[in-house]
Design a protein around this ligand. Structure first.
Ligand SMILES: Nc1nc2c(c(=O)[nH]1)N[C@@H](CN(C=O)c1ccc(C(=O)N[C@@H](CCC(=O)O)C(=O)O)cc1)CN2
Length: 277
């Protein structure tokens, strides 16, 4: 049997801890989420973020802009939120519509309110390993591994995918914990040869069921970051059925990394509120 890395349960514990801390402090951190356009998955995530924020005692602010918004329109909203003392964390939901310049919008967020950890200031802090707000999904992966006491120092970790949102920062966080890290990507030749060496394999390629049994060393810990909506329901980047009983541990989709992403967003908002890094 493979151990199931139960992100839903770990995230619930994190949220419970935050709720207690926030209520004991008598404070009300504010989280602003900006949604541009009508992407149906983004609608769900933004709704869930607002619900989760309110449930731990935070103020949730939602700003919606139409699909045909210009970069300047989004920048104006971010600027307003930057100036608002009741807003401690700002997140711009991704992806943005085609006409909006993602880099300019993200860069407009004040680093101390960058609860998504995506500004160049936050990314620089991650590279330098100085205090800063870390991107939510990578931070969630680390907390999930820690919750199951997965040893990282000196072990071989392989990340499949090199996105700025997940793959790259996850590799850096694993490196900061002294794992020996490789990154695989769409141009890697025979990626399964490298993947098979992993003690810890993180699949963040954005390709449904890419990682099959022949990519995985028996007993390895496999973290699935993918979420794909198919006619048979949600599937990840990992072909879960072929890994059951082969992997030592496996994060499910749904119920693995997804809930951790939202819990980390709340953690970052609480950190931003306290001004502690
Ligand atoms: N600004 C950002 N945009 C996006 C991020 C991000 O971290 N920052 N990540 C993803 C989407 N995402 C958060 O925004 C996210 C994805 C999935 C889940 C989640 O809880 N998934 C559930 C399944 C829910 C469902 O889809 O029905 C699960 O895995 O159990 C939370 C957050 C892209 N955009």
């Amino acid at each position: 049997m493979s151990t199931i890395l139960d992100g839903k349960a770990v995230a619930a514990r994190i949220r419970e801890g935050l709720k207690t801390e926030i209520s004991q402090s008598g404070s009300e951190p504010g989280l602003a989420v900006v949604l541009v356009g009508n992407d149906p998955a983004s609608e769900i995530y933004v709704r869930n973020k607002g619900k989760a924020a309110r449930a731990v005692g935070m103020r949730s602010i939602e700003q919606r802009l139409p699909e045909d918004s210009r970069t300047e329109d989004v920048l104006a909203v971010v600027k307003e939120l930057n100036e608002d003392p009741a807003v401690h964390g700002i997140l711009v939901q991704l992806p943005l519509p085609q006409g909006v310049d993602r880099r300019r919008v993200i860069e407009a967020i004040r680093p101390e309110k960058d609860v998504d950890g995506l500004t160049q200031a936050s990314q620089g802090a991650l590279v330098e390993m100085t205090p800063g707000l870390r991107p939510c999904t990578p931070a969630g992966i680390m907390d999930l591994l820690d919750a199951y006491h997965v040893e990282l120092a000196g072990r071989r970790a392989v990340v499949v995918g090199r996105s700025a949102l997940v793959g790259l920062p996850t590799a850096l966080l694993l490196l900061s914990r002294h794992a020996t890290v490789s990154i695989l990507h769409s141009r890697s030749e025979e990626p399964w040869r490298v993947a098979r060496e992993a003690d810890v394999l993180v699949a963040a390629a954005g390709r449904p069921r890419l990682v099959t049994r022949d990519w995985v060393k028996p007993g390895a810990v496999v973290v699935d970051v993918g979420i794909h909506r198919t006619e048979n329901g949600l599937v990840g980047d990992v072909d879960r059925e072929s890994l059951e009983g082969h992997a030592g541990a496996l994060s499910p989709v749904p119920g693995g990394v997804g809930p951790m992403t939202i819990a980390e967003l709340l953690k970052n908002t609480w950190t931003a509120y306290r001004g502690l890094r």
